[in-house]
Design a protein around this ligand. Sequence first.
Ligand SMILES: [Zn+2]
Length: 269
Amino acid sequence: MLQEIAPHHFNNAYQPDRLPQEHDYVIITLNNEVALTQEGRLPGVKDVDTDQLTYLFMIDDQAYYYTDQALPSQCSYAAIRGMKDSLQMYAAITGVQLARWYQTHQYCGCCAQPMKQDTVERKMICPVCGHFVYPHIAPAVIVGVRNGDHLLLSRPAQSQYKFYAMIAGFAEVGEMIEDTVRREVYEEVGLKVKNITYYRSQPWSFSDSLLLGFYCDVDGDPTLTVDQNELSMAVWMPRKEIPLHQDNISLTGEMMKRFKEGKDKDSYQ
Ligand SMILES: [Zn+2]
């Protein structure tokens, strides 16, 4: 998956006083795209004409900073999913999630005064009324629904991607995550499910979410009633015919592969 960068090491400990060094990188984002050099990498500290840099995180001994200053010359905005270097793609999407949070929390939601970055934790705090905000992470489920030797595959109605996916959706306020699984499956394809089993998780910064992967079995009638607002299609795909994703980015792709290989009932090691 996208986040599996070993032997590299991601360290998101908050170090707001760390001074930028020449070999560090800078995240500049607009409309969820990221600034890249002509060589297709993130710009370095020496490429940007500003010292207004906000510390984000480290990967190995290189830090990543955010700035809302203008696009450097020699750089242009590009889609993160098109990046060739998977380590830089992971740094870019994680950095853009944090940058998006800084951009959208410049003012207090209670009293509308300018917020300040806290000196101890990664949070924005209002110096007037004391209101504070941490980065938001939205829990969401990815669900592999089994019907014996078949797996439920679908395509989201709005998605620009044409490969198969599985049932997915955000947890609602006040909802247990197992009930999110039941609700999303019922809403999208009209099925009841049982044997809900947690597999593993994936931070998915494209949508500020933390994906929680579950497998489960259809309970009763397997007839699909597709919600056309959510899905363009859904099908029970035989195990042998499950197509594999070409990249190794997503939890969805990994769970489809695991079912195809008959490993969906093994716990993740
Ligand atoms: Zn305030």
